[in-house]
Ligand binder design. Structure first.
Ligand SMILES: Nc1ncnc2c1ncn2[C@@H]1O[C@H](COP(=O)(O)OP(=O)(O)OP(=O)(O)O)[C@@H](O)[C@H]1O
Ligand SMILES: [Mg+2]
Length: 232
């Protein structure tokens, strides 16, 4: 049984990939991974390049299926849901921030945050209000009408954070969210993420190679030899 306060729970998750693009003996990437994450809690997943961090995040978010084991999100078994159900859960309850978060090219910062809320059925006026508020809170109140390509890398990443939050997710999945930023912008994004965990009670699964960043999380793991080591 999952404890009711866990938002994400992985039990015995295993994953292999074919050795080459043409197939071949599968290579095991994850072996019996267990993990639990509660609201308002942050975990960091570290590990060498190729150790399976992004794979684990994708499985946790129902973007990739596992061969064995189960993933419970908010009490629902992800492997029993169809694509439409999974995509609905992702849009309503999960936020994503990647190293280079893709924004809609010909859209302004404001539109990039408004659109995902409208897709979820929020009326245009209310969606714009929400987006406006979020963009202000990430310090972009004076960049609302800038198109994606008129924003700096750090600004685009802040738009991505606002977009990830517009549907009030229960969990944020962040895969190297500061990987493409300079020190100052990276520090800004870091602070913002931990503030969200504390203030909005969201859970955070953070993947990072940056040790000081990881160590700000409540728990730190290292993926190594297909398994998770608890670092702290
Ligand atoms: N679709 C796929 N088909 C075959 N192999 C894959 C596939 N996706 C990932 N892999 C392999 O699985 C391993 C883990 O990949 P993953 O992207 O999870 O690593 P990572 O820990 O996120 O690495 P990095 O730090 O470089 O982002 C890698 O060896 C990768 O080549
Ligand atoms: Mg990765």
């Amino acid at each position: 049984m999952t404890k009711s306060n866990e938002i994400l729970c992985l039990k015995g998750v295993c994953k292999s990939f074919p050795a080459t693009a043409r197939g071949g003996e599968p290579i095991e990437i994850l072996d019996s991974i267990d993990l639990a994450l509660s609201p308002a809690t942050s975990i960091a997943i570290t590990g060498k390049s190729g150790s399976g961090k992004s794979t684990l995040l994708q499985i946790s978010a129902g973007l990739l299926s596992s061969e064995r084991g189960e993933v419970l999100f908010d009490g629902k078994k992800l492997n029993t849901l169809n694509d439409a159900q999974l995509s609905r859960i992702r849009s309503t309850s999960m936020g994503f921030i990647f190293q280079s978060s893709l924004l809609l090219d010909d859209f302004t910062a404001l539109e990039n945050v408004t659109v995902p809320a409208m897709i979820m059925g929020v009326g245009e006026k209310q969606a714009r209000q929400k987006a406006l508020h979020l963009l202000e809170s990430v310090g972009l109140g004076d960049r609302l009408d800038h198109k994606s390509d008129q924003l700096s890398g750090g600004e685009r990443q802040r738009v991505a954070i606002a977009r990830a939050l517009v549907n009030e997710p229960l969990i944020l999945f962040a895969d190297e969210p500061t990987g493409s930023l300079d020190e100052r912008n990276a520090a800004l994004i870091e602070d913002m993420l931990f503030q969200l965990v504390a203030e909005k009670q969201v859970a955070l699964m953070l993947i990072t190679h940056n040790t000081p960043f990881a160590s700000r999380c409540d728990r730190v793991y290292r993926l190594h030899n297909r398994t998770m080591e608890v670092i702290r």
